[in-house]
Design a protein around this ligand. Structure first.
Ligand code: Z5A
Length: 212
């Protein structure tokens, strides 16, 4: 049977990395065979594209170039890792996917959604995540959490207003795809965040069992 595709999304400092460890533990407890990966990145070539995308540089990166690089990495990631793993029956847990493109490039960079939707259809065909956890946090709280970490990359140098557009886009995605997306209040303490994530995963598991 084909594996399931889980994605985790959210704005800056929301706690994706922290909570991925919790999700991995949940998958192991269910004896699910899975791989954990990320975007941009996930294969050697796509990780090189990630370096290009995140590097701070003097030259301004035009939004279209940024968008095409995101999808170039994604095409490689899908071809070399995501599709083969799903086809082999393994689940794929991915830190960000195309919802991030709608949120960051579409809304954050104000590119709109039409070009993204066309690229999504070209690169992914019908493939969409089976479950997306959108971790949600007020922008200022997320930036404060993230600020306590290392040197900011090119995206992390953006301003509050950029991240507010990104957050709003994630809210809209959650509303538009209620079957696939679960909005998690990530402003709470870690145990309370993980209780919500655990519930979302349990419900997803139950829905799979009900469908047989
Ligand atoms: N990007 C894009 O523009 N378009 C696309 O299509 C894709 C991506 C796919 C890199 O992504 C950039 O790529 C990203 C969007 C863009 N830029 N931004 N911003 P990334 O996912 O690799 O980078 P990131 O967003 O900066 O994620 P991160 O580094 O993995 O951070 P995080 O996962 O959100 O947070 P964390 O490291 O787990 O937690 C941050 C801190 O908060 C840390 O000290 C934790 O201990 C703490 N924390 C976490 N949870 C809690 C709770 N509940 N309470 C208190 N403290 C907490």
């Amino acid at each position: 049977m084909r594996g399931k595709f889980l994605t985790i999304e959210g704005t800056e400092g929301v706690g994706k990395t922290t909570n991925i460890e919790f999700i991995k533990g949940w998958l192991k407890s269910r004896e699910v065979s899975f791989v954990s990966t990320r975007e941009p990145g996930g294969t050697p070539l796509a990780e090189e594209v990630r370096q290009l995308l995140l590097a701070t540089r003097d030259e301004e990166v035009c939004s279209k170039a940024e968008l095409l690089l995101m999808f170039a990495g994604r095409a490689q990631h899908l071809d070399q890792l995501i599709e083969p793993q799903l086809a082999a029956g393994n689940w794929v847990l991915c830190d960000r996917f195309t919802d991030a493109t709608y949120a960051y490039q579409g809304a954050g960079r104000d590119m709109g959604y039409e070009l993204i939707s066309n690229l999504e259809a070209t690169v992914q065909g019908d493939l969409r995540p089976d479950l997306t956890l959108i971790l949600d946090i007020p922008v200022e709280q997320g930036l404060q959490r993230a600020g306590e970490r290392s040197q900011p990359d090119r995206f992390e140098q953006e301003h509050t207003v950029f991240f507010k557009r990104v957050r709003e886009a994630y809210h809209n995605i959650a509303k538009q795809y209620p079957q696939r997306c679960v909005l998690i209040d990530a402003s709470l303490s870690l145990p309370l965040v993980q209780a919500q994530i655990g519930d979302a995963l349990d419900n997803f598991w139950l829905s799979l069992e009900e469908r047989g």
